[in-house]
Design a protein around this ligand. Structure first.
Ligand code: AMP
Length: 629
């Protein structure tokens, strides 16, 4: 079948289409209704059906592939490398589940996971899924303030963490950040389970902190049966940044997610049982949830959990792993490829990568030169795919399991089955024509696998995502897009104040709030500025309470460093602005809104556009001078 008809059918006969896909997973109890859309825009998939993500990822494969690899751990930071078969992984997960159960964690309870890329992080996620607890993974690169706000929102009974991680050869202690976050948070978890990797010193808080190794020993032979969950129960929440300072907990179900992932492995990623999938993402991001933890295993593949960078010990490491583990499907981010582009291209051909069916890239725009470079250098198909934390799996890409549609450099592809994608005019909400710029929107219901709601805040789900296009209840991606005459889409950047630094999505408001907490700062604005390597970087413009504090180059530099450290400490290095510029006034409209788009334009040496609504044009002149425009 061609992709267009396949897609058409998924929209015209939603229930028939998805009932068929639902056969890709195991159901303990069959569902009664494929879709309940009685309360738009809330979609409930596979109503009444009972299943379990952990069962579909692990137990289901035990009869046929117990002794095949399931989880391959490679750390180029510590030199560890070990493989868990499906049977071994099953046992480890049951041990972890038993520890959780003994601590009183049950169905619907939250478990926050703040971990480096180690197998125990995966065990904890599968264990939650097994017993019906809701996991909430927080990226290890986030610092105490970010962590505290997530602890408060998720109110976990248990936190699973470690002494530390390691990045580019440098130990990153996690425990002090966690202790500080718990101190800052209003909610206090009853217990904290800690994996001691012996990387960083760690003080255990008596009565609260548990040592994983001794707990594991205690539950060595644990047998923990699967808890069957109704399809619409919550599997996890994952926080993502938006335009407000408060991150949103993207909430996902069980059955719809399992079906969506299984279908994506069949039609998009084309992975087969017994093969190896390698995603170089992190469990802290949605790609890590979908395409490190769940989807590969659901498809019966082994997954690689990789702690390391693309450059150590050298720029050939990713391809070395492909050769060593005969990886057939690989997933990475454009930034990783741009990093490699600065290295000797001989690394691309040093190892045998012929096992690779395709390299999938996502998370940020894949620029044409980078796509071309990696495609030619590696000699393997490169597949761009566009999606969001909210959707859980690709919205736009090609589906070579359906049809071998050619890819086009610079375009992530076409709408995937289940997504009724529309390009809408920002002002009128009408559909735009071919080659016209519009907001990428999705007519609801959203397909299985997409977010159910914002954790604890249905109202926010509706008001954030479904009210931005006038007169229409459609889901907005907050991305600009354009479609060519052949139906290929191109993504042109965000419509809101969200920025994307090296594939990491950050809200400028969060960074502004952090900078404003510095005692010298009166006001600030943060914008995303185009960057050759990272796609975008954050740049800050700060008004000081006392401008004299930054009157010399030395004091300016010292203060800039201090402000950067404030962001590091509160949010983590990923959010640190590349520069902090001092101005005496921020460019605002007469109604007091900071004109971020104009600031951004000046930073990128573009025309700042219509400035007639500005309160004081000299403010923009200061920005221009600060960035040397
Ligand atoms: P996140 O939720 O962190 O995955 O970020 C999602 C956002 O990243 C999208 O709304 C886009 O702005 C951007 N994005 C993700 N994948 C792509 C892609 N393949 N091409 C262009 N932008 C992308």
């Amino acid at each position: 079948m061609d992709l267009t008809s396949f897609h058409r059918r998924s929209i015209d006969d939603r229930e028939g289409f998805w009932a068929e896909q639902a056969r890709l997973i195991h159901w303990h109890k069959p569902f009664g209704k494929v879709l309940d859309y009685s309360k738009p825009p809330f979609a409930r998939w596979f109503v009444g059906g009972e299943t379990n993500l952990c069962f579909n990822a692990i137990d289901r494969h035990l009869p046929t592939q117990a002794d095949l690899p399931a989880l391959i751990f490679v750390s180029t930071e510590t030199g560890e490398e070990r493989t868990y078969t499906f049977a071994q992984l099953h046992q480890e997960v049951m041990r972890m589940a038993a520890i959780m159960l003994e601590q009183g964690v049950g169905r619907g309870d939250r478990v926050l996971i703040y971990m480096p890329m180690i197998p125990e992080a995966a065990f904890a996620m599968y264990a939650c899924a097994r017993i019906g607890a809701i996991h909430s993974v927080v990226f290890g690169g986030f610092a105490s303030h970010s962590l505290a706000s997530r602890i408060d929102d998720a109110s976990p009974k248990l936190i699973v963490s470690a002494d530390g991680g390691s990045r580019a050869g440098k130990v990153v202690p996690y425990k002090p950040l966690l202790d500080e976050a718990i101190r800052l948070a209003a909610h206090k978890p009853a217990k904290v389970l800690l994996v001691d990797r012996k990387l960083a010193a760690m003080d255990l808080v008596s009565g609260r902190d548990l040592d994983y190794a001794s707990q594991r020993e205690k539950h060595r032979d644990a047998q923990v049966p699967v808890t069957w969950l109704e399809s619409n129960e919550v599997s996890y929440t994952l926080y993502t940044s938006g335009t407000t300072g408060k991150p949103k907990g993207v909430q996902r179900d069980v059955g719809g997610y399992a079906v969506a992932l299984a279908a994506s492995m069949k039609y998009i990623f084309c992975g087969n049982p017994g093969e190896t999938y390698f995603s170089s993402s992190d469990i802290g991001w949605v790609v890590g949830h979908s395409y490190i933890i769940y989807a590969p295993l659901i498809a019966g593949m082994a997954t690689i959990v990789y702690e390391g960078t693309p450059l150590r010990p050298d720029a050939g490491i990713l391809w070395k792993l492909v050769e060593q583990y005969k990886v057939t499907v690989m997933f990475s981010a454009p930034t990783a490829i741009r990093v490699l582009k600065k290295q000797d291209p001989a690394f691309l051909t040093k190892y045998d990568t012929s096992s690779l069916r395709a390299l999938f890239l996502a998370g940020e725009p894949l620029d044409e030169p980078t796509a071309r470079w990696i495609s030619e250098g590696l000699g393997r198909p490169i597949i761009d795919n566009y999606w969001q934390t909210e959707t859980g799996w690709p919205i736009l890409t090609v589906a070579h399991g359906v049809e071998k549609t050619p890819t086009r450099f610079g375009s992530p592809g076409m709408p995937m089955y289940g997504y009724d994608v529309r390009l809408l005019h920002e002002g009128t909400g009408e559909e735009v024509g071919v080659n016209e710029k519009g907001v990428v929107a999705i007519a609801p219901p959203l397909p299985p696998g997409c977010m159910q709601t914002v954790w604890g805040d249905d109202e926010r789900f509706v008001s954030t995502y479904f009210t931005s296009v006038p007169g229409k209840m459609v889901y907005s991606t907050f991305d600009w897009g354009i479609r060519d005459e052949d139906g290929y889409y191109f993504i042109l950047g965000r419509t809101d104040d969200v920025i994307n630094v090296a594939g990491h999505r950050l809200g400028t408001r969060e960074i502004e709030e952090s900078i404003s907490s510095h005692s010298s700062v009166a006001e600030c604005a943060v914008v995303g500025v185009a960057d050759q390597l990272k796609g975008q970087v954050a740049m800050a413009f700060v008004v000081l309470k006392d401008p004299a504090q930054a009157s010399t180059p030395e004091t300016r530099m010292a203060l800039e460093g201090e402000i950067m450290r404030t962001v590091d400490k509160q949010l983590g290095g990923v959010a640190r602005p590349s520069r902090v510029h001092f101005v005496t006034l921020l460019p605002k409209t007469r109604s007091g809104k900071v004109v971020r788009r104009a600031i951004q334009a000046l930073c990128e040496r573009r025309d700042a556009g219509d400035l007639t609504t500005l309160e004081d044009p000299s403010a923009l002149e200061q920005v221009r001078q600060a960035v040397g425009g």
